[in-house]
Design a protein around this ligand. Structure first.
Ligand SMILES: Nc1ncnc2c1ncn2[C@@H]1O[C@H](COP(=O)(O)OP(=O)(O)O)[C@@H](O)[C@H]1O
Ligand SMILES: [Mg+2]
Length: 299
């Protein structure tokens, strides 16, 4: 079953059309990377999924049922913007308060459990206001987990985190899907980070879904290339451009020959023309470059 199925979703804010017929399919158990430039409609879509705002039109189904269905609503956990916490209360008290709001019977036990899930066992007595951004994001996830969601929607949770914070967040999201049976939708513009964990992707632009694909599909469409360096880069470039259809110099100072799977052929060709290759490697473009390419194509 699909956790989310959206068809023709529209949302107008006065004259502004934020979503213009967006489709989205998120299979159960996925970590769905929701990608798009600022203003493309990610947060608006997520807010509709979470019932925070109403759509102007279209169909939103969660676990096969209409998104307004009360049983389904109870299954959705959300972290959009900052969690609603009391700054002067400890992490523990904030979570206990949330547990009380949700009328969770064995509150202490559950709070201990979610604190462990978000790697915050050691920081329960910290005041919320003294927590780092990364910790606050994790507290937000803990708050959402208290409701035992089967769908967790996170809006840019990696935004502004340092490398360590991102790593912990990645671990938590994988843990939540694998061991907690949650489907996760995570929006981000830090594509490289998402690439390490996402099983599915949705790329939005201008309030529409540009492309949806699985990690395997992305992998297959990320073209391979041979990257090389020589002492005479300009001549190398012109020599290779005559033979291969796409030859470019990258930011790291390598000449890239796309769709050329045989480095030996390139080396021989250059050697015959009096050029020695000082370094050569085969690589694949990552999600970030794929995305930039896709954006360029669509314009
Ligand atoms: N409450 C609002 N009122 C008016 N316009 C809005 C509102 N919320 C979002 N928008 C507009 O809708 C578009 C999509 O916004 P948003 O969903 O926040 O994009 P993203 O999260 O991808 O950056 C933007 O052009 C934004 O300015
Ligand atoms: Mg946003």
């Amino acid at each position: 079953m699909n956790a989310i199925e959206i068809k023709g979703l529209t949302k107008n804010f006065g004259p502004k059309q934020a979503l213009s017929g967006l489709n989205m399919t998120v299979p159960e158990g996925a970590i769905y990377g929701f990608i798009g430039e600022n203003g493309s409609g990610k947060s608006t879509t997520e807010k509709i999924i979470c019932g925070l705002i109403h759509p102007s039109g279209g169909e939103v189904k969660l676990f096969g049922r209409d998104y307004t269905d009360a049983d389904v609503r109870a299954k959705v956990g959300v972290l959009i913007e900052a969690p609603g916490c009391f700054p002067n209360y400890s992490v523990w008290n904030n979570l206990m308060l949330q547990a009380a709001n949700l009328s969770i019977p064995n509150a202490k036990e559950e709070v201990v459990k979610v604190l462990k899930m978000v790697r915050m066992e050691g920081a329960a007595s910290n005041k919320y206001k003294n927590c780092s951004l990364g910790m606050k994001q994790r507290i937000g996830i803990a708050m959402a987990l208290l409701g035992k969601p089967t769908l967790l929607v996170l809006d840019e949770p990696i935004n502004g985190l340092d490398a360590d914070g991102m790593r912990i967040m990645r671990e938590i999201l994988v843990d939540v899907t694998k061991n907690y049976g949650c489907t996760v939708v995570v929006s981000s513009h830090i594509l490289g980070e998402l690439e390490k964990i996402a099983t599915h992707y949705g790329i939005v632009r201008g309030g529409k879904m540009l492309k949806e694909m699985t990690a395997e599909e992305l992998n297959a469409s990320c073209r391979t290339y041979v990257a090389l360096q020589t002492k005479d880069m300009n001549r190398t470039k012109s020599l290779l451009s005559c033979k291969y259809s796409r030859v470019e110099e990258d930011e790291a100072g390598y000449i890239r020959v796309y769709d050329a799977k045989d480095p030996e052929e390139i080396v021989t060709h250059l050697y015959e023309n009096g050029i020695l290759v000082s370094e050569i490697k085969i690589d694949k473009i990552g999600l970030e470059e794929y995305y930039i390419d896709l954006m360029k194509e669509g314009r």
